[in-house]
Design a protein around this ligand. Structure first.
Ligand code: AMP
Ligand code: MG
Length: 471
């Protein structure tokens, strides 16, 4: 069956015209093998009813879905490790479709590995299968942890073999489709600013305001900046609470809706380690775990600079500065909220919530390798309701001493939030679902070594169970 009645195409980006994107052709793949299909995500946009052949036609060969204009490589620039690069843009992906979801939000289908574009810069426009597997794993783990994230909709293996200098080569190839609120990046605005195109900045402001931040008034650049600052501060707080290190926080990898996307060299923290760096090529640790708020703020400063191009009056410039400076307060507020959610307890007001945040970080710091990041939130989910379970569990011995007593005191002040969630079997298990590099590599080894996809799918199923248990 083709698309269901819930499918509502709404291709708004194409309507911005050829200055913002280029019509491109997908790579002509020969043999395609479906490896992962996210029907739960597909249902939100009316695509779950596609047959496997239709799915492969739309998400492997990119025959346009009904009502869609065809693939568009989006134009953008960006700061990469703080160096401006005017030579970016969708180099191995494109915007394949836009449609409304069940909550009436405008959603993008974005691709990765679908072929070269005018912005490929000599690259092959392809994605390694391992890269595709890693993006599915990251997005699924983050969703289970309640982080605002793009979702992997489809992973299809191609019959190509790729040469890469950071993977044993030749290596297998894939094409990925992700479902995300928006792929308009901070770098999309930077490109307009670079060319001195105030008119394009105005067009983008109006486009983003009406479609993604409807609470912002017409022409209110500072209001839009405040909204973009807010969603990105919330995202950063959610990453930190999840122990997630994105790896490449360039301005082309942050968008105006604050959903994380484009998962390359990401890692999850094994244990508290502020200097933990995900990307081997990030030699100075610019995007290390604890530097992520600074990195996102720096990127938002560049975005604010773009908006300055349309601020005439000094008062408007001041309003932009004020909106940008909202980052710090919003980040710390959202960090408290994210830790409360992860610990499964209700807010008790700012001071008590801050005590709990501080005490949790102190315990993670002191606990180090013996405690690890994810297990703490598993052991103490819903606060005192988990006390006996945590103390009897595998990390019981780590739960003693002054730092722990402070944590317990701060935690037990807070009322459990829906403690009936503890009845879920997930909490009877001694260990939570983690996503540490050794497990990622072993999932890949099964695929690479003997084409065994069962380990990958079993992991995704357990992550879905974990998501349900906490929601
Ligand atoms: P990323 O670091 O994945 O966000 O990519 C940065 C830029 O490099 C973007 O413009 C990508 O489209 C481009 N890019 C990355 N890998 C490739 C590739 N294999 N072929 C062409 N362009 C690529
Ligand atoms: Mg990118």
């Amino acid at each position: 069956m083709p698309v269901s009645s819930a499918y509502r195409p709404d291709p708004r980006f194409a309507a911005l015209g050829p200055e913002f994107g280029d019509a491109v052709a997908p790579a002509p793949f020969e043999a395609l093998t479906l490896r992962y299909r996210n029907d739960r995500a597909a249902t939100t946009v009316g695509l779950e009813s596609l047959t496997e052949a239709e799915w492969i036609a739309h998400f492997g060969r990119f025959s346009p879905l009904p009502g869609q204009p065809g693939p568009i490589a989006m134009r953008y620039h960006g700061h990469q490790f703080r160096h401006y690069n005017p030579d970016l843009g969708d180099g191995r992906g494109f915007l394949a479709a836009q449609m409304r979801d069940e909550r009436d939000r405008l959603m993008d289908l974005g691709t990765k590995g679908s072929g070269t574009t005018p912005w490929s810069r000599g690259g092959d426009g392809r994605l390694t299968l391992k890269g595709g597997v890693r993006e599915v794993l990251a997005a699924t783990m983050l969703e289970a942890q309640g982080v605002p994230t793009s979702r992997a909709l489809s992973l299809i293996e191609t019959d190509e073999r790729l040469e890469r200098n950071d993977e044993p080569s030749p290596t297998r190839a894939a094409v990925l489709v992700r479902l995300s609120h928006s792929h308009i990046r901070l770098g999309t605005f930077q490109r307009a600013a670079f060319h001195g195109r105030a008119d394009q900045i105005e067009t983008l402001i109006e486009h983003v305001r009406t479609l993604y931040h409807p609470g912002v008034a017409t022409g209110d650049a500072a209001g839009l900046l405040a909204a973009v600052v807010e969603v990105n501060a919330r995202l950063t707080a959610a990453w930190v609470a999840a122990g997630f290190v994105h790896g490449v926080l360039n301005t082309d990898n942050l968008n105006i809706t604050g959903e994380s996307f484009d998962y390359g060299p990401w890692r999850f923290l094994p244990f508290y380690d502020p200097a933990f760096t995900a990307a081997y090529f990030d030699q100075t640790g610019l995007y290390a775990f604890a530097r992520q708020p600074e990195a996102v703020f720096w990127n938002l400063t560049q975005f604010a600079g773009c908006l300055k191009l349309v601020a005439g009056e000094p008062a408007q410039v001041q309003a932009l500065t004020d909106a940008l400076n909202g980052f710090g307060p919003v980040y710390i507020r959202e960090l408290r909220a994210a830790f409360l959610r992860r610990l499964g307890v209700k807010s008790l007001g700012e001071a008590a919530d801050q005590r709990l945040l501080d005490a949790t970080l102190a315990l993670l710091r002191e606990g180090g390798e013996a405690l690890r990041w994810e297990p703490l939130f598993h052991d103490w989910f819903a606060g005192f309701a988990s006390s006996a379970r945590a103390l009897k569990g595998p990390r019981g011995a780590a739960y003693q001493g002054k730092t722990f007593d402070d944590f317990r005191f701060a935690l037990f002040e807070h009322e459990p939030d829906r403690p009936e969630r503890l009845e879920h079997a997930v909490f009877a298990a001694p260990e939570p679902e983690e996503m540490l590099i050794e497990e990622v590599e072993s999932i890949w080894a099964a695929i690479d070594g003997h084409d065994d996809w069962s380990v990958f799918h079993a992991k995704l199923n357990r992550l879905e169970t974990a998501r349900q248990a906490r929601s």
